[in-house]
Design a binder for this molecule. Structure first.
Ligand SMILES: Cc1cc2nc3c(=O)[nH]c(=O)nc-3n(C[C@H](O)[C@H](O)[C@H](O)COP(=O)(O)O)c2cc1C
Length: 300
């Protein structure tokens, strides 16, 4: 285990409750941290930087320092990244996860406050670049991850990264109970990510209809498509149907139009902000999960 003992002693499980847009809210952060699990949330879930600062203050007062760390997810190409970074530094946050873009601009200011910087990567090339930028840990996004997914096989990816990096690594994708979590540890990972597993939790901010779709869905229901954001995305068909679309006849992004989930017949978003916003519907639709696993989540 390469994660600092000051963090591991506060964990009941070697787990990060993964950042999920419009799902990871203040309640999930507080409950997960108090239960001994690292909780991450996209800063975008706070909607404004001012609100983000208030979340950090609320978390500080609701969670003792002996609880598991929380971990804002900073989107490097977001237009508000610099303000969010400044807010993180003011609050002396203990660890963060960067996504979408090079972590390089954030590494020095975060290290100055003693913050651990984790970065998500989908290829060994990405991992090498992130290591060169000075990050402290890597999240390995693999082929099973829900929402906008990775491509790599987790077994091979974890071993390939372990050969070049001896810092903390986190396996992400299709991990939903203790068995794959244990397998991740056996592979040499320090922690694992669970995203979908927490979406139907009582404390999640997901809308009830989305939670129900997850609970009702089976392993084989998953649908992989590039139709919405031109990035490979794991989605559940009932949400596509609920939006008035036929999963079997989705317009291709190469036709220059995105389906009405991005706004009726609107042109496909060309900017990163546009694509991130387009992820919105992903929060209603993504992911397969074994029903029993979600039900266990409800029953605690
Ligand atoms: C609906 C949805 C929204 C997501 N939003 C984000 C996000 O805002 N930032 C991010 O880094 N990852 C995001 N992810 C990816 C998760 O953090 C995580 O990588 C993924 O859920 C892991 O796969 P699993 O769901 O199979 O556990 C999202 C995933 C889903 C399903």
């Amino acid at each position: 285990m390469t994660l600092a003992a000051s963090i591991t002693v506060r964990l009941r499980l070697p787990l990060i409750c993964a950042p999920v847009f419009r799902v990871s809210g203040a309640d999930l952060v507080i409950e997960a941290c108090n239960a001994g699990v690292i909780e991450s949330f996209p800063t975008a879930n706070c909607k404004t930087v001012d609100r983000f600062g208030k979340w950090l203050t609320r978390r500080d007062s609701a969670v003792p320092s002996s609880a598991a760390p929380f971990c804002p997810n900073l989107i490097m190409r977001s237009s508000s990244m610099k303000e969010e970074l400044a807010c993180i530094c003011r609050h002396r946050v203990e660890m963060i996860i960067t996504s979408v873009g090079s972590p390089a601009p954030a590494v020095d200011p975060l290290h100055e406050i003693g913050c651990l910087v984790l970065t998500d990567v989908a290829t060994v090339r990405h991992a090498e670049k992130a290591i060169a930028a000075g990050i402290d840990g890597l999240i390995l996004l693999t082929a099973g991850a829900d929402g906008q997914t990775g491509w790599a096989d987790g077994f091979a990816f974890a071993r390939a990264v372990r050969r070049i990096f001896d810092g903390p690594i986190v396996l992400a994708g299709r991990i939903s109970d203790g068995w794959p979590l244990w397998a991740a540890r056996a592979l040499g990972c320090d922690l694992a990510y669970m995203g979908t597993r927490f979406i139907a939790a009582t404390e999640s901010s997901a809308p009830p209809d989305y939670k129900q779709i997850l609970v009702d869905s089976e392993f084989d229901d998953i649908f992989l498509t590039r139709a919405f954001t031109d990035l490979e995305t794991n989605i559940l068909p009932p949400s596509i149907v609920a939006a008035g679309l036929d999963p079997a006849n989705l317009p291709a992004m190469s036709e220059g139009r995105s389906p009405q989930l991005c706004g009726s017949g609107a042109p496909a978003p060309q900017t990163m902000e546009g694509r991130l916003e387009c992820r919105t519907f992903g929060f209603r639709c993504p992911s397969r999960r074994i029903r029993g696993s979600i039900n266990q989540n409800h029953s605690g």
